[in-house]
Design a protein around this ligand. Structure first.
Ligand code: SF4
Length: 681
């Protein structure tokens, strides 16, 4: 048995794995005791990765219009279609939709190809569904996309506030660290979530906030802290700028947040008594038509009370995916250039110069939901989807399917032979999966770790960066895409971070730009920016961070046709659209089917029986689920999991239901708050 140190395929905790390779496609999985993210711990998903590495169900060769093809023919066709589309309709008629499952090296090459050579900003990622609102909040508050915390802060805090996060299920190893810290030193845990989740069950206080009540709640808490004299005036004066009228404009109350006066009082007392406080927020905050404002309401509280930059303090956005952060670093979001740069003339010129770009883009591209609208109405004619399943995962998935159906050229790079999205593709390209890829990922605390190959590539599968490089070469850009290996791609990216560093941003990997192939192979996990102690300057015009005035959005009138609120989320033992976890028999035991969770009073009102079938309908679509009647739901609200697809379930596909409504700043969809109705089948 040979042991290979690598990183888990799933969530943004980014646990290290010591993989004992025992055969051609078999592996014994253990936590890597030397990895700072998990110190040997793993959750159920990571532990059972070995059950998901079989070649069964893999896409093993290129496919064109349903027939097996060779790489040469497939890549010639992709290149010819790209070229014709750009020449005939311009660069903005093409788009890439990529994924937090890509390694940073893949992401870097995709971004360089689109923004520096095709000449469009139209590359976006499924991370848009995950933490784009937190990115926008960081940019507004700090002048850059930086998470100012580390996992050790969760252990050093006296109070951990979890907002919109079922941490025990969705980031289980972090939850273990938080719980161990509580047992060791008596820290307190508050959960702010409309649902009484498994995490909320174990909290010292559960604040069952109304859907999208977070801005009202955090504004009200901050107003109360100010009244109690707990604002850090010295820190504010030195490090933070506030817009005029900020303190008078803190709108919101416990009542408007749907929280009782007693629970609100308990929350404020806990916050007031524990200056060493981390607020960790996740999809429940980000996936909202007001996700950016929520991130800033949280960050406002930390900046105003000086609870940032000190051990055990800070606002901490936790990402869902294994490499959401790495994608952000290299410009995987349509509204960022590589290395956390924006689109000013100076930034565009420097990036063009660094890449020796053929045709630099001129500004931001279309964000995910807008991108699929543009595919639907024919403005985008060539779409290349990599390592993601938008036919299931985007909101209003029925509309997305229509868009995919209409797209003139749909290319899908996939590891799996049969996916909901792949069924629409004209050209399918076989990509490497976890256990075969070689590169880096960055976890939620900015820690870069190596994902290393355990097995040889199955069939004709290739790495995503290599596939794109071969297309670029066919388009005449071979010199700019001529890397020998993923180490060479990483070195180029690391050198490029000089453009961020010279602007005073934290992202700086220039000390890695000269790594040899061997040093890259052996590279130990490292955290860019380190522990980020108290900062003297932020990369803003005056060097100060910003308080951002945010106000609750007025609730729209309830449509009698859709009197309920639908919330979607995850199960503990499944991942995204189950293309990997669906192969594990052990993981399937946790939940065998998607369940709609309904409050007992609503079950009585709508004549619904526990374990019966219901149809849930929203203005976007209908889906069918078995019912679980539970008082962990607030009355008037329904929860369904998002994992099931046409391929694995048929009718229980949750993302037919949410609308295309997005946060106006971040473009992140509001999956957590859709008007709905329910009826027994
Ligand atoms: Fe993998 Fe996340 Fe579980 Fe760690 S907590 S083992 S990264 S799924």
């Amino acid at each position: 048995m040979r042991t290979v140190r690598t990183t888990c395929a799933y969530c943004g905790v980014g646990c290290g794995i010591a993989a004992g390779v025992t055969g051609e496609r078999s592996v014994q999985i253990k936590g890597d005791g030397a990895h700072p993210a998990n110190a040997g711990k793993l959750c159920s998903k990571g532990t059972h990765l070995g059950e998901t590495v079989s070649p069964e169900g893999r896409l093993l060769h290129p496919v064109i219009a349903g027939r097996t093809a060779g790489w040469g023919e497939a890549l010639d066709l992709v290149s010819a279609r790209l070229k014709a589309c750009i020449e005939e309709h311009g660069p903005d008629s093409v788009a890439f939709y990529v994924s937090g499952q890509l390694l940073t090296e893949d992401y870097y090459v995709a971004n360089k190809l689109m923004k520096g050579f095709i000449g469009s900003g139209n590359i976006d990622t499924n991370s848009r569904l995950c933490m784009a609102s937190a990115v926008a909040a960081h940019n507004r508050a700090f002048g850059e996309d930086v998470v100012p915390c580390s996992y050790t802060d969760l252990e050093e805090a006296d109070l951990v506030v979890l907002v919109g996060s079922n941490t025990a299920w969705c980031h289980p190893v972090l939850w273990q660290r938080i719980e161990e810290s509580r047992a060791r030193r008596g820290s307190k845990i508050v959960v702010i979530d409309p649902r009484r989740t498994e995490t909320a069950e174990q909290a010292d206080l559960h604040v069952a906030v109304a859907p999208d009540g977070d801005v009202a709640l955090f504004n009200a808490v901050l107003r109360e802290l100010k009244a109690r004299g707990l604002v850090d005036e010295a820190y504010l004066a030195q490090h933070v700028a506030a817009p005029e009228g900020f303190w008078d404009g803190l709108e919101g109350s416990a009542e408007s947040a749907g929280v009782s006066p007693e629970v609100f009082e308990q929350l404020v007392d806990l916050v007031a008594a524990h200056p060493k406080m981390v607020t960790m927020f996740s999809m429940g905050a980000n996936q909202s038509a007001q996700g950016t404002d929520k991130g800033n309401a949280i960050t406002n509280l930390h900046l105003a009370t000086g609870r940032i930059g000190l051990p055990g303090t800070g606002p901490f956005s936790i990402t869902g995916q294994p490499n959401a952060m790495g994608g952000r670093e290299v410009g995987g979001l349509a509204n960022m250039l590589a290395c956390h740069l924006g689109f000013s003339g100076e930034e565009l010129a420097e990036v063009a110069d660094f890449w020796a770009a053929e045709r630099i883009c001129t500004g931001p591209g279309l964000k995910a939901v807008e991108m699929f609208r543009a595919v639907h109405d024919g403005r985008i004619k060539f779409l290349w989807v990599m390592a993601t399943n938008p036919a299931v995962s985007l909101p209003d998935a029925g509309f997305v399917r229509e868009a995919l159906e209409r797209c003139e050229t749909l290319v899908v790079s996939e590891a799996i032979a049969d996916t909901d999205t792949g069924r629409f593709a004209e050209i399918l390209l076989p990509a490497l999966a976890w256990g075969e890829k070689d590169g880096t990922v960055t976890n939620s605390e900015r820690r870069v770790s190596r994902q290393r190959a355990l097995f040889a590539a199955p069939g004709q599968a290739k790495s995503d960066w290599k596939i794109m490089s071969e297309v670029a070469a066919r388009l005449g850009w071979g010199d700019a895409f001529a890397w020998a290996n993923s180490a060479a791609v990483f070195r180029e990216y690391a050198a490029m971070t000089a453009l961020a560093a010279k602007r005073g941003k934290v992202l700086d990997l220039t000390d890695k730009a000269g790594l040899s192939d061997e040093e890259y192979e052996d590279m130990a996990p490292f955290q860019w920016g380190g522990a980020l102690p108290l900062r003297e300057r932020y990369p803003t015009a005056d060097g100060k961070a910003r308080l951002i005035a945010v106000a609750p959005i007025a609730a729209s009138a309830v449509d009698p046709a859709f009197p309920l609120i639908l919330n979607t989320g995850r199960y503990r033992d499944q991942w995204h659209t189950m293309t990997r976890t669906g192969w594990s028999p052990t993981l399937a035991q946790h939940r065998r089917e998607p369940l709609a969770e309904v409050h007992p009073a609503d079950a009585a009102l709508y004549d619904i029986a526990d374990a019966g079938l219901v149809k849930i309908t929203t203005p976007s679509g209908t889906a069918t689920f078995r019912v679980k009647v539970t008082d962990s739901q607030r009355r008037g609200e329904v929860f369904v999991p998002m994992h099931w697809t046409d391929v694995n379930a048929g009718e229980g596909r949750a993302n037919r239901l949410p609308s295309q409504r997005v946060d106006p700043v971040s473009g992140q969809p509001g999956f957590k708050n859709s008007p709905a109705r329910i009826e027994a089948v």
